[in-house]
Design a protein around this ligand. Structure first.
Ligand code: HEC
Length: 147
């Protein structure tokens, strides 16, 4: 199910772990998305699913000001197109948590993320889907997270 090459993944795990020693008590992600779709690296050509297209609207409104319209980050927030946010390290629960409770600064130097009370519950799934599809298009895919 998780087709993993331990040898190739180990250095990445070590990097990620070094980044993450402080936080991220998230339980191991349940990988519900096992698709290994073929992806190109040209995110301009990504074929988003309808759910992701919907999520993009909510993302642009509520998240892009900090995480960037292209998810490459901004002066005040980190990029989603980044190895530390692969779904094995930041699973879908971490999105719910960040939106509902905010998150204290731990991976970066941008300060805390305040909660986003304006995001409707029904939009959260779409936002996550949009993030995951764009990540995957950039080769950010599930990697098991171990401490
Ligand atoms: C005001 C700026 C700002 C906005 C708006 C914002 N974020 Fe963030 N977010 C941040 C910062 C800063 C961090 C990094 C905190 C750290 O790890 O140091 C972050 C981190 C996160 C994390 C990682 C949490 C973790 O467990 O490490 C998630 C998930 C997240 N944001 C989701 C979202 C989503 C979804 C939206 C839109 C609904 C959003 N953010 C809007 C600033 C923002």
């Amino acid at each position: 199910m998780l087709k993993m090459n331990k040898r190739a993944v180990l250095p990445i795990i070590m990097m990620v772990t070094a980044f993450a020693l402080v936080a991220c008590e998230a339980p191991p992600s349940t990988t519900k998305d096992e698709t290994t779709k073929n992806t190109t690296d040209t995110s301009g050509e990504v074929q988003f699913t309808p759910l992701a297209v919907q999520g993009k609207i909510a993302y642009d409104k509520n998240c892009s000001s900090c995480h960037g319209s292209d998810m490459m980050g901004s002066q005040i927030g980190p990029p989603w197109i980044h190895e530390i946010y692969n779904p094995g390290h930041h699973n879908d629960m971490s999105f719910y948590r960040a939106i509902k409770q905010g998150t204290v600064q731990h991976h970066w130097q941008f300060g805390d993320m305040p909660p986003r009370p304006n995001v409707k519950d029904e939009d959260i799934g779409g936002i996550i889907q949009y993030v995951r599809e764009l990540q995957e298009a950039h080769g950010i895919v599930y990697k098991q997270h171990r401490m």
